[in-house]
Design a protein around this ligand. Structure first.
Ligand code: G
Ligand code: G
Ligand code: G
Ligand code: MN
Ligand code: NA
Length: 252
């Protein structure tokens, strides 16, 4: 069975659930929310990693129903927490196709009606990977911001046309890719490229979220550079919903 046909069945059967990786305000240690990360467990109990199946979903058009399902799961898992704590937010990942078509954002607006969740509490992570139509992406991200969502560029610096996107897309935040965080504290306590990315984000008026923080040396460096938020194994791995809710409750 090809991954493609198996994925089509899994989307129909809704064999997915979400894990939530805490996002920490670096100068206080407070948990301000989480990034929602999709997980697929097959009927036989084996797991398929998202970096394997998300690209397949993107290539086959299955990303549309999968993204819709992800939104349902996130709003279901997190509704109570988000109503209880208005300062909390959850970040949802969008594929390039979700961004360019604008459809996912319209769907999200509809799903939020009547939930009591404020659009401000849902952050959107738009990957630059695969964005071909920058004008379409601009239009749909601008609409998302008008609706109240905070928009972050994800996987920044990994693609080749990053600087152009950074300048042209309407954004609130930049996620510093794990590969740049990894370079802090290996040979020296600083990382020149990471430092430039932080400066660039600041010049553009974006706040920053560091991904994949694993060591206290990395944390200390990011704090010294006033990076606002971070996530990574130093704080917590991605957690099932109930475990994230307990984590957040103790660190808010
Ligand atoms: O935790 P991790 O292995 O889960 O995630 C790997 C990658 O898969 C992430 O970098 C992210 O870009 C992508 N990913 C995870 N969850 C989602 C999701 O719900 N939607 C989309 N489009 N991508 C996701
Ligand atoms: O959206 P995206 O690529 O950025 O998702 C983040 C990915 O990085 C997920 O696969 C998540 O499980 C993984 N991850 C998160 N924190 C850490 C970390 O501290 N170390 C490592 N090695 N992976 C991490
Ligand atoms: O206490 P627990 O084992 O759940 O902590 C998991 C990880 O998160 C540990 O590595 C701990 O150092 C880190 N951590 C927990 N709370 C904070 C905090 O408020 N600030 C910082 N900087 N790190 C924290
Ligand atoms: Mn992400
Ligand atoms: Na990333």
């Amino acid at each position: 069975l090809s991954l493609r046909s198996e994925l089509a069945t899994a989307v129909r059967r809704r064999e997915f659930r979400m894990h939530y990786q805490p996002i920490i305000e670096l100068d206080t240690g407070i948990c301000v929310g989480a990034e929602a990360l999709v997980r697929w467990t097959r009927a036989d109990g084996t797991q398929v990693r998202p970096d394997l199946f998300i690209p397949v979903a993107e290539e086959t058009g299955l990303i549309e129903p999968l993204t819709d399902h992800v939104m349902d799961l996130v709003l279901g898992d997190m509704r109570e927490l988000l109503i209880h704590d208005r300062s909390a937010h959850i970040a949802i990942n969008l594929s390039a196709g979700d961004v360019s078509s604008g459809r996912a954002l319209k769907v999200l607006t509809g799903k939020l009606i009547g939930t009591g969740i404020h659009p401000q509490q849902i952050w959107l992570e738009a990957t630059e990977r695969g964005i071909l139509d920058i004008q379409a992406a601009r239009t749909s991200l601008a609409a998302a911001r008008r609706a109240g969502h905070c928009v972050a560029i994800d996987d920044f610096g990994v693609g080749y046309s990053s600087l152009q996107y950074l300048q042209q897309l309407p954004l609130d935040a930049l996620k510093i890719d794990k590969s740049f965080i990894d370079s802090i504290g290996t040979h020296s306590a600083t990382s020149p490229v990471t430092s430039h990315i932080i400066d660039m984000a600041r010049t553009l008026g974006l706040f920053t979220v560091a991904e994949g923080i694993e060591t206290s040396a990395q944390l200390a460096y990011l704090q010294s550079r006033q990076v606002e938020f971070g996530q990574g194994w130093l704080f917590s791995r991605p957690l099932p919903a109930a475990e994230f809710i307990a984590y957040h409750e103790h660190r808010r």
